[in-house]
Design a protein around this ligand. Structure first.
Ligand SMILES: Cc1ncc(COP(=O)(O)O)c(C=O)c1O
Length: 395
């Protein structure tokens, strides 16, 4: 059957592909250490599960209204309490994960040929989602030599020709976070333009050391009318499988996204929303999130230190999310187990085949010198995987 040109232009998600290959090897009985997955290994807190179970038992099993009133009110309260932002129900939409919210935002914002600026390296789905909406991407280079961050001047050239820009803070795949001052400088440059900002804040709660998180729209009162905030429950509450995210922004965009969703999926799962409500309202949430963050912080420091100790590997210390994104290009040109390593794809292939370690090639994120390792796995697995990787690279 002939496929549409639209889908033929789209690359499958490399992060999901590597995880699937590692899972298949594990299913075949091979002892693989996986640093591939972009999801917490920890379980969803019990009080959230209990709320969803109670909703099921109470017969909360029907279509949900587009308004999803109580959950939106809880999200509005979270935005007020934690981010100092005022949003009403018609400025918030609950979706099937942050990915769905971003996809639909590009669909309602972009016309054919509209350009979106993406600081690069960046999460795999932005560029494909822009393409699927008929848009095109302008990549703003933010490689390791720039500590994976863009600066206000970087936007000047493309800013004139672009309709929108994505800011992902804390960032996947690099694990870096912008300081409030850095973000403010970017915000000031944006206010000189007509750019719409898609601020992906999904890793908001996973920050380490003295890192401070500020929501982009809170930096200046003029930003709210041109910013869409994306967030969700996957990473904060370890709820990746629940598929719940949300977007907050100008009411006309939210209304358009709700219209699109009404023909596309109807609204998110009824009892999952009950779990989300507990996640935002139950006093048990804050200590549960903090316990997860503390655990990730321990793993982060350990993985970072161990990576830095491997010859030919340089790493910028992650301050957010749960990823290290080391530069391994000093090993390009070598051969491991008969695999000639010329870039991050072959490096990841060699790591999987030779060391039985799954990691994600940086090429998938637009930075071929690096590979991504998620530290959302146990300390034992981190040690085991890095022992193997170090041995392979030494060999
Ligand atoms: C930067 C970023 N944004 C959005 C998402 C989407 O997450 P979800 O659809 O599970 O809410 C992810 C997931 O990996 C991500 O890394």
């Amino acid at each position: 059957m002939e496929l549409s040109n639209r889908i033929k232009a789209v690359a499958p998600s490399a992060t999901i592909a590597v995880t699937a290959k590692a899972k298949q090897m594990m299913a075949d009985g091979i002892d693989v250490v996986s640093f591939g997955a972009g999801e917490p290994d920890l379980d969803t807190p019990d009080f959230i599960k209990a709320a969803a179970k109670a909703a099921l038992d109470a017969g909360d099993t029907k279509y949900t209204p587009a308004t999803a009133g109580k959950l939106k009110a809880a999200i509005a309260e979270k935005l007020k309490r934690e981010n100092g932002l005022d949003y009403s129900g018609e400025q918030i939409l609950v979706t099937f994960g942050g990915k769905h919210a971003l996809y639909n935002a590009f669909q309602v914002l972009l016309d054919s040929g509209d350009q979106v600026m993406l600081p690069c390296p960046c999460w795999v789905s932005y560029a494909e989602q822009v393409k699927l909406a008929g848009g095109k991407c302008a990549f703003l280079p933010a490689g390791p030599e720039r500590a994976f961050k863009i600066h206000p001047d970087d936007m000047l050239d493309h800013g004139v020709y672009s309709k929108a820009m994505v800011i992902n803070n804390p960032a996947n795949p690099t694990g870096v976070t912008y300081t409030p001052a850095e973000l403010k400088a970017i915000a000031e440059a944006i206010l000189e333009t007509d750019l719409i900002v898609l601020s992906d804040e999904i890793y908001e709660k996973l920050i380490y050391g003295d890192t401070e998180f500020v929501s982009f729209a809170s930096l200046d009162e003029r930003l709210a009318e041109r910013t869409l905030i994306f967030n969700g429950l996957s990473k904060t509450f370890s709820m990746t499988g629940w598929r719940l995210g949300w977007v907050a922004g100008p009411a006309n965009v939210i209304k358009a996204m709700a219209t699109l969703m009404s023909h596309q999926t109807t609204n998110p799962v009824s009892f999952a929303q009950a779990g989300a409500l507990a996640a935002y309202l139950d006093p048990a949430a804050a200590p549960a999130v903090e316990a997860m963050r503390v655990e990730f912080d321990k793993r982060r420091r350990h993985m970072y230190q161990r990576l830095c100790a491997i010859e030919g590997v340089t790493c910028i210390e992650p301050t957010g999310a749960f990823y290290c994104f080391p530069d391994v290009s000093a090993h390009y040109g070598r051969s491991f187990g008969g695999i000639e390593v010329t870039g991050s794809l072959e490096f990841a292939n060699a790591a999987l085949e030779v060391a039985k370690v799954a990691l994600v090639p940086g090429a998938a994120f637009g930075e071929d010198r690096c590979v991504r390792l998620a530290f959302a796995t146990s300390m034992d697995q981190i040690d085991k995987g890095l022992d193997r990787l170090a041995k392979m690279l030494k060999g």
